[in-house]
Design a protein around this ligand. Sequence first.
Ligand code: NAP
Length: 273
Amino acid sequence: MLSGSTRLGAVIGSPVRHSLSPVLFNAAYDALGLDRVFVAFEVAEGDASAALGAMATLGIDHLSVTMPHKTDVARSVDELTDEARLLDAVNCVVRTEGRLVGHNTDGPGLLAALAHETGFSAQGKSCAVVGAGGAARAVILSLARAGASEVVVVNRTRDKAESGAALAGPLGRVGDTSDIGAVDLVVDATPAGMAGQIDLPFDPALLNRHQIVADLVYHPAETPLIAAARGRGITAVNGLGMLVHQAAIQFELATGVAAPVKTMWDAAATAAR
Ligand code: NAP
């Protein structure tokens, strides 16, 4: 039951109708009986700082941020975490002691998902990230910070690969598809496999049976890359775990309460079908 004391969280984006954030957060609030509600606001490109002003004025204490606002929000909040500053991208704003603090939970979300689903820890592991867009950059930074032995960035546009690899400092380098078979973890951070996109980001014959493959796409649940990997007995996960765990981290930042991850997972899996 909503009341005068119900707290509001929201996601801003454009387009935002497809966002699973309301499903994830409202399922979590319901599971824990929190007097909160989470909604989606369509905010036009260029209007992110006005949305932050509204957040402060209306007392909204948690804002999720999706495309195309992540960089604009990073430049408009009162404070940034170290990760959000290095990425120049924010996917979560939490009002903390009256100040708007920008976080980026995408990379930690993937690491948590990998740990949960496969037991993988990046410590001492070699990793390849295919793609060098916003999601890839968040993953590269988190892998390096989690102690990966190297992070190889494979991307069709070379200067973006260089910029992405630089996020990993001395652990990062630009590679090519010949690196894919030689690492412990392969992350596909391209849109390959989604409707209307190319099927495969690289030839799956390059994979070896001892690797873990993470495809950041979650719709369809089994992309051609995941199907090919699993067909050869290779452990492969889709992006649903990253989606759920980056939201679970946001939930904990905003509420101070442990996230009901299983509830969030079930809600996201049902909605993503
Ligand atoms: P982005 O910023 O647009 O970057 C896309 C990257 O993929 C770029 O590096 C691009 O290469 C590469 N790419 C695109 N089409 C390609 C093609 N046909 N062949 C080879 N490379 C191609 O997108 P993003 O925000 O990083 O998102 C990437 C994927 O991750 C999307 O599918 C998105 O849905 C998914 N994602 C999932 C989650 C999750 O929680 N599971 C979170 C964020 C994103 P160039 O640099 O050469 O253009």
